[in-house]
Design a binder for this molecule. Structure first.
Ligand code: ATP
Ligand code: CA
Ligand code: CA
Length: 435
């Protein structure tokens, strides 16, 4: 899996959708940001607002290039989340709306989701299944609490939840989240780890064709890798992971993975231009068409350029009149969320990741980019899929998903194992089930 995708420009199959997503985000996020900050109320978690965009515009929405409907969910909760995660409101808007250019990566997983990167590669828009959307709405309060209580959480950072619909099109739900990988560094190896072995092997001989593919559990074991952390960091990492996983387990979530990106400081950056393969939407269809033609090359915009745009936008935002508040406006505004209120965020503190450490605490020659991703799948949903496959007489053991608790245990066991050298694992007798 590579970081650079296909540019979505006018004429691209998904141009209209991408344009509408960004227009909707820009409008709704500016609308919320323009108001005085205040404390969250119960109603904020359930809130949803629907907007109609058309070419003429109306008293509520400005004119847009296309007709579409846009739904914004829990805008105040996400505004607070963005502040807690330390995002600058103006930067966020610039990244997501800059000339409406996104890069699209077709669906890399089996789920049929699409991934779009903001032009500066800081943010990912992931289209999600309706069931995932419902789940995020349901767990939003628990998620929010968890993020507040756990400044070092490894779980995906959600910045917004929206829905877009074009005339005669289906409803497309999507989230905006953090790209775990930095725009300015090559990721030399990437792993998606679940702690299971069934189907968790990326064919090694395909690696030559696609050297930046996302590898899996068995590839990790085969390489005898381990996360090089000193005892303290390892403990912080495992403690945090335990807390994160226990939340997911309590919410009956499974199928998540630990995404691990490794930047080798010794290798550095080879090139700034990368090529990739492209998969595209089948208009109206659930699955993508396979198109392995080489897509165009895109260059990451300079940080300077973005900083300048953010400054300009900040100035315009200041000039904007605050929009009158809704019902909940009687609450006293809380103290402004300053952005950098979480003290450490240690897993993202070294150039967006965490540096490897030797036993004596000195710095190693790798940067790790770590996060728990794909955490919106409820057990009930998996069960339904499983029944479907069982009906097709697949050997049930091979696909049989374990319940959330067993999933969590297996996951933690595996990840604990990868913080140890193979010899240590041998000594402690963990990971038995993987050999
Ligand atoms: P499936 O359900 O089949 O696993 P999915 O469509 O739900 O697939 P994810 O598992 O969320 O997709 O992600 C697929 C891949 O996309 C990951 O293995 C990783 O390479 C990349 N990816 C996902 N989320 C992020 C992120 N936040 N930052 C960087 N890369 C990501
Ligand atoms: Ca996944
Ligand atoms: Ca998924």
């Amino acid at each position: 899996r590579v970081i650079v995708g296909k540019k979505v420009e006018e004429g691209h199959v998904n141009w209209v959708i991408a344009y509408n997503m960004l227009t909707g985000i820009r409008f709704t996020v500016s609308r919320t940001n323009a108001k005085m900050d205040r404390e969250l109320t119960d109603a904020d978690f359930a809130a949803r607002h629907k907007f109609s965009f058309d070419i003429t515009g109306n008293e509520l929405t400005p004119s847009a290039k296309y007709d579409f409907k846009f739904k914004d969910y829990s805008p105040w909760v996400f505004r607070h989340l963005r502040a807690i995660f330390g995002l600058d409101p103006a930067d966020y808007l610039v990244s997501l709306t800059s000339k409406y250019i996104l890069s699209e990566l077709g669906s890399p997983g089996k789920s049929g989701s699409f991934f779009y990167f903001s032009r500066d590669y800081k943010y990912i828009i992931k289209t999600i299944h309706h069931a995932e959307h419902k789940l995020l709405r349901k767990i939003l309060r628990d998620y929010y609490r968890h993020v507040v209580d756990n400044p070092n959480t490894l779980i995906s950072q959600f910045y917004g939840l929206h829905r877009v619909k074009i005339p005669y099109g289906r409803k497309i739900h999507f989230v905006v989240m953090n790209n775990l990988f930095p725009p300015h560094r090559d990721i030399h190896q990437m792993f998606d780890l679940k702690g299971s072995t069934i189907g968790r092997d990326f064919k090694e001989d395909e690696l030559a064709k696609n050297p930046r593919a996302t590898l899996k559990d068995l590839n990790w074991l085969r390489r005898g890798l381990h996360l090089e952390f000193d005892a303290r960091i390892r403990q912080v990492f495992l403690d945090q992971l335990k807390r994160d996983v226990s939340l997911l387990q309590r919410l009956q979530i499974m199928d998540y993975s630990l995404l691990v990106g490794i930047h080798d400081l010794g290798k550095g950056n080879e090139e700034n231009l990368r090529e990739t393969t492209l998969k595209v939407f089948q208009p109206g269809g659930e699955r993508e068409a396979d198109d392995h033609s080489t897509a165009m090359l895109t260059r990451t915009p300079s940080r300077m350029e973005n900083a300048r745009k953010a400054r300009e936008l900040r100035l315009t935002l200041k000039k904007e009149k605050p929009v009158p508040m809704g019902k909940a406006s009687t609450r006293m505004p809380s103290e402004m969320s300053s952005g950098d209120e979480r003290r450490d965020r240690i897993f993202y503190s070294y150039d967006g990741g965490i540096r490897a450490t030797h036993e004596d605490g000195s710095g190693g020659d790798k940067i790790y980019y770590l996060g728990v991703i794909d955490c919106l799948t409820h057990y009930g949903f998996i069960k339904r899929v499983e029944h479907f496959w069982k009906g097709l007489s697949a050997p049930s053991a091979q696909i049989s998903p374990v319940p959330p608790q067993a999933y969590a245990e297996r996951f933690l066991n595996f990840i604990t194992g990868i913080t140890m050298t193979p010899e240590e694992v041998e000594r402690r007798g963990t990971l038995e089930s993987y050999r």
